[in-house]
Design a binder for this molecule. Sequence first.
Ligand code: ATP
Length: 357
Amino acid sequence: MASLTLRAITKKFGRIPALAGVDLHVADGEFCVLLGPSGCGKSTLLNIVAGLIPQDHGTVMLDGESVDQLPPRSRDVAMVFQSYALYPHMTVAQNLGFGLRMRRTPRQTIQKQVLEAASLLGIEGLLDRKPRELSGGQRQRVAMGRALVRRPRIFLLDEPLSNLDARLRASVRLELKELHRQIGSTIIFVTHDQVEAMTLGDSVVVMREGTIHQNGPPEKIYSHPADTFVATFIGSPEMNLYQGRLVQKAGNSHFEGSGFSLPLTGLKSGLPTGEADLGVRPEDIGINGSDTTGLEGCVEMISDVGSEKYIHARMGQERITVRVPKDFVCRVGDVVPLVIDPHRVHLFRKGLSLDVY
Ligand code: ATP
């Protein structure tokens, strides 16, 4: 196991900048998830750590020592890809032991490590099968096992669950979390799926266009997004976000949006007035009769997802999405009171979070 430190990593492919100065520290034993939209540079970063692609500038360090001069083999990292490419003519046991055989590991050690990995992953009963005789989830486990038997310093997992159907994905995700608890290895896991990131990561690194926007525990990323990109990228349905102005009225801050005004009573005094964005998550909006803010929404659409409902309404000139319990009754055209607790809102200026509390 090892810690990973990246210092000012940059990479261009021709004129396309893939990474623009990435700094990152992943502690020994940490499960770190790189999350971001397609093309933001996640896989490139993983490949640079593995030594499969050279960076243009910057340093990759394992346990504080640069590995920039080391070829992939000597870095002792194991990578698992989205397409797990098992050798079709080999049995599961042979697939698991392949990397060790290549390293001329003694036969008995291979056997022991293969059995250990298989038992950790619950695939002891599959060792004599060929990959075509396995389900998608089982193949994925073999691919993980192939990395596990090598006992690398770091696991690099590039969207390893994305070939699985939604149900299987959810169960393999739980297994992976449990596996990490047992082996305590350092894992860097790439995904563009926010649910995967939030459920798996000790830390989530949100990336966009080759830069890191925020790095922190999932709950912090969700409750204190550093900027409007993170605020709207994390959370489903996404955070409601409005352009407007912060003004002072009778000693209190107010947010003036398009056709609505929200008193921000109780927030720290002296909020800087002027242009701002206000964000509020769908679950942080009350929709009952005890409204004190005078906001109203005219219901335009209702999405019922079974466990809860989402009401899409018009508030002033803006649209707003509100999460309500599954048994909440309303109809399109109804006008409902909206209660927004000032302590639940997020304020941004020039895209960056204002420290409001
Ligand atoms: P995805 O989630 O779709 O896999 P990603 O976040 O992993 O995306 P990368 O694959 O790292 O993104 O790509 C980052 C940028 O670099 C993209 O603009 C991509 O088109 C570009 N890129 C990646 N590899 C190459 C390459 N070999 N040649 C040219 N451009 C590349």
